[in-house]
Ligand binder design. Sequence first.
Ligand SMILES: NC(=O)c1ccc[n+]([C@@H]2O[C@H](COP(=O)([O-])OP(=O)(O)OC[C@H]3O[C@@H](n4cnc5c(N)ncnc54)[C@H](OP(=O)(O)O)[C@@H]3O)[C@@H](O)[C@H]2O)c1
Length: 267
Amino acid sequence: MQSRASISGHTAITVILAHPVAHVRTPQAMNAQYDALGADAVLVPLHVLPEDLATVVEGLRRMRNLHGIVVTVPHKEAIARLCDALTEEARQVGAVNVIRRDADGRLTGGQFDGEGFVAGLRGAGHEVAGRAVFMAGAGGAAAGLAFAFARHGAARLTIHNRTAAKAEDLAARVRAAYPACDARAGGPDPTGHNVVVNATSLGMHEGDALPLDVARLAPPMLAAEVIMAPEVTPFLAEAARRGCATHGGKPMLAAQIALLARFMGVV
Ligand SMILES: NC(=O)c1ccc[n+]([C@@H]2O[C@H](COP(=O)([O-])OP(=O)(O)OC[C@H]3O[C@@H](n4cnc5c(N)ncnc54)[C@H](OP(=O)(O)O)[C@@H]3O)[C@@H](O)[C@H]2O)c1
């Protein structure tokens, strides 16, 4: 591990904006990635309240050694409106989780939640092309995943969400962008799907309800999760108990780290 004493005026500065900030895991992962690649760069966590976001972004825009901004809860949607340009993925999802700062201060927002999730699946040998995917959730992370599943050739996508209107809206947006993917809102039963994903926040806290009807999970379904902690959520435990292969939330972050560093132009 490189020492903080190696940070100098040549170091590429990157930051992550969050509220709260104590729980974020990206700084450790990103700094380890910079070290592994021998990059003279650092990622610093910044605690920013929603009402201060615009002021902070305006200041960051003027910092000439700033290469990029990683963005997490609750700023992903609001910061998209502060960027000068958005990638196709960020525009589709309506949220940004990374910004590249060009030398002239221009800010371009990108979105890699979905790309990271699909890359993590692929790294573990699982494909979505031609598959039927069932996804619980229609929030920020789920939107990124939904567009990525369609972009990577999923034949069918069923979206189940507590607030059904959000599932219907997301499915319609995915269908409009990728007509080859049969995206629809649906109930909690994942029967008939190859890949079953929890993209809700259910499972982070003890006593959370299950995100879908786990009694319908059966081999050869793959059960995949966005939640990183606990590593084995009740959803994954139920899937494993029924003989399904499982895929945890950590590979999504691991795969994103490399994508984010590249997007910010650090490596
Ligand atoms: N592994 C990674 O790299 C990574 C990256 C990003 C996010 N995540 C994880 O993804 C999860 C979701 O994050 P997000 O940003 O998408 O959050 P979000 O925008 O707040 O969405 C939360 C989702 O969970 C559902 N939900 C929450 N509480 C519920 C309840 N009591 N009953 C039923 N459904 C409930 C919401 O349903 P409604 O629409 O009905 O409210 C919504 O679909 C979090 O656990 C986050 O840590 C992981």
